[in-house]
Design a protein around this ligand. Structure first.
Ligand SMILES: [Zn+2]
Length: 377
């Protein structure tokens, strides 16, 4: 099978450093010879979450050999500021250290503007027309925001520029990592059937609620719009746009072979969505476990000290089993030198804090509770 994929590389300016130099991000556009969906994939909006860059690299190796229907836009290392903020051995890539802003909370969604758009939709407009009109409307809204006379914070400027790149996409995948983490994926509830198309064992189903992240900024308007249209027209309207956040293991880790598996997982999904003709990869037959976002819980430590993380990410823990053991160096001469934190209920730890020394109030674990089997759904 010969490939007919065209690769176009360009750069967009996302920031300017204190020396007045532009900071660029590469944008790779892979186009097939047939029409099809548009896909947008970015990685490393959180600067220490680097594995997605290898995944994009491995994706490109495969895609060069495959038949794409439509267009795939790949934006690796989309936050060049975050990746370069180091403190000692570590990357401080989750927040802008100047003001503490999370790099993944400044995307645009305004329900009032969406409502405004909804009232311009004609009864005779077909899905394709509505999608095209909405994208044009939303592009103007985001651009107005970006060009505000009052200016915007660095993270929000970066987010909005990326969001404009993602706006035409029918599929948006944002590649992240947890601190020390097993693979998991955030999927909007209306696209729940896609949970079985990725080779990712842990799935978090999220509601139609906007908190600033790219996946939400993408699906909240489409989800809301299709619900309004479905209600008004008395039939199920599917606008065909999905957005997910994929958590590809632990931060500060690059693993080429695992990246190949992750790329195959994404290709399996894209094959099912009609983006790859004769896709050689199929979704794996595997056990998958789901949880509703409200049951994806954070366990904090009430004590400071040195921690051994006894429960490993992905490993099921029953209520009352030990999760972590904490050493208090101020009590070494008595019975309080160590104590154990036990699981308050049955759970699957998904990720834990990366450091062995913690202050009280640290988010020690994030865990699935009230989880359910979604194998075969
Ligand atoms: Zn992240």
């Amino acid at each position: 099978m010969t490939s007919s994929v065209t690769i176009n590389k360009s750069h967009i300016v996302v920031a300017q450093n204190a020396s007045g130099r532009n900071m660029n991000v590469p944008v790779y556009r892979l186009t097939g010879q047939q029409p099809g969906p548009t896909v947008y994939i970015q990685s490393s909006i959180h600067g220490s979450e680097v594995q997605g860059n290898v995944v994009i690299y491995q994706l490109m190796q495969y895609l060069k050999q495959l038949q794409i229907a439509g267009e795939i836009i790949l934006v690796p290392n989309c936050n060049p500021v975050g990746t370069n903020i180091k403190a000692g051995e570590y990357t401080l890539g989750r927040f802008d250290p100047v003001n503490g802003t999370n790099w993944n909370r400044g995307y645009y969604y305004d329900p009032d503007r969406l409502d405004e758009f909804y009232h311009t939709v004609q009864d005779t407009d077909c899905t394709a027309t509505i999608k095209a009109k909405f994208r044009q409307f939303w592009r103007v809204a985001i651009t107005e925001k970006l060009e505000s006379a009052w200016g915007l914070g660095l993270a929000q400027q970066l987010n909005l520029k990326l969001q404009l790149l993602a706006l035409d996409a029918d599929i948006v995948l944002d590649l992240h990592n947890g601190p020390v983490s097993t693979r998991h994926i955030y999927i909007p509830q209306y696209a729940a059937k896609s949970a079985g198309l990725f080779n990712i064992p842990h799935v978090i189903f999220i509601p139609n609620h906007f908190a600033g992240a790219l996946d939400e900024a993408t699906f909240c308007p489409w989800w809301t719009l299709q619900e309004k249209l479905s209600a008004a027209r008395g039939t199920n309207i599917d606008l065909g746009v999905e957005a997910m956040t994929l958590e590809m293991g632990s931060q500060e880790v690059i693993a080429f072979e695992e990246g190949k598996q992750d790329a195959q997982s994404i290709l399996a999904y894209l094959g099912q969505r009609g983006v790859i003709n004769q896709c050689p990869f199929e979704p794996a037959v595997m056990q998958r476990v789901g949880v509703h976002l409200s049951q994806y819980k954070t366990l904090f430590t009430q004590w400071g000290g040195m921690v051994e993380y006894m429960a490993k990410p992905g490993q099921r823990v029953a209520k009352g089993q030990p999760l972590a053991r904490v050493l208090n160096i101020d009590e070494l001469d008595n019975e309080q030198a160590t104590f154990t934190i036990y699981a308050p209920c049955d759970m699957i730890p998904i990720l834990h804090f990366p450091s062995a020394s913690v202050l009280s109030g640290t988010q020690l674990y994030k865990v699935f509770t009230e989880y359910f089997d979604i194998t075969g759904t």
